[in-house]
Design a protein around this ligand. Sequence first.
Ligand SMILES: Cc1ncc(C[n+]2csc(CCOP(=O)(O)OP(=O)(O)O)c2C)c(N)n1
Ligand SMILES: [Mg+2]
Length: 374
Amino acid sequence: MAPSLPDPDDAREWLATMTLIRRFEERAGEMYARARIGGFLHLSIGEEATIVGSARALRSDDYLISTYRSHGHALVRGTPSENVMAELFGRVDGCCKGRGGSMHMFDLARRFMGGYGIVGGNLPIAAGIALASDQRGTDEVTLCTFGDGASNQGTFGETLNLAALWRLPVVFMVTNNQFGMGTALRRHSAVTDLRRKGESLGVPGMRCDGMDVCDTHAVVSQAVRQVREERRPVLVEAVTYRFRGHSMADPEQYRTKEEVAEWRARDPIPAFGELLEREGILDEEQRALIDARAAERVEAAVGFAENSPFPAPESLYDDVYVLDQEVRGAYSVRTTSPQTPPAPSQDGTEEIARGAQEIPQQMTTALEAGEDAS
Ligand SMILES: Cc1ncc(C[n+]2csc(CCOP(=O)(O)OP(=O)(O)O)c2C)c(N)n1
Ligand SMILES: [Mg+2]
């Protein structure tokens, strides 16, 4: 049975957000080609329904954690496109002050917990976030998205086992875009029915059509509800396709143009737009307006990013977490401020003690700055 449509206002917002993510990433790709953006750039073009459908199943006090392919996750959580673009440009007004770049988006106030370059690295972190929610006695849920390739990592099994054992409130969502870099699913995973991969670990699975925002929303909403009420993790497989290469530098020799064209014919954005037109929720003109607004917002974001300065060179070590014998005693210390670390003792205990004292202070500063709404 086809999932029912959301309220007209929600439906328009879903379409607008998917369109914003698409236009944002197309423009980011152009900016990368023109060397305005450095480092890596992984686009989720084609996967927008998995992002919007799943994130809209969350409450604002739930957590979302993603991978290096996460510009859309920041945007769907409400991080202004200006700050996401400035982050790509490595500028001070980026959501991580220009220090993270494409792979390390983060927005604590909106409970978007990143942005990780290590494949599978976000799964144990999601378990930690969920454990913290539990210990604080809240009913918050953490949605952890990762790729089909990441489902082969050791962290997948370790985290799902622990999450099931400790009844942690996590929805694990494997975004099956058919590839891990240039390796097709059937060539990297013995089990290709990914929703089943958690069964032996005590995590039941569900599947949604990741090209259909309504189906993704319906299935992830059910998973979120179940996790929130029963305090047991669930695994959702969202079946989708990566329209572009793995990153910007990908000759794509591992797939045929015909295969890409077949999936592009199911593009989730026009599919949803057409559905809304057929249902009388939007007309052609309103659809065009949604697209024009998204393009305008992206242009404004590019202008904002270009005008934002690069971080000052002397701020290089600000916010750097260091605890090492080699690096004299600094533990989250602002090296630009005149602080003299104590002389290290032979075994480093003094530094550890000093570090331990500084943790609460760092957290207090972050909370005072309003970085966490709770
Ligand atoms: C631990 C680790 N191993 C390998 C890599 C290199 N690497 C980066 S992305 C990637 C593929 C991951 O594929 P998948 O999980 O399906 O995510 P997708 O890129 O399709 O979103 C690999 C192997 C890495 N970043 N981290
Ligand atoms: Mg993949």
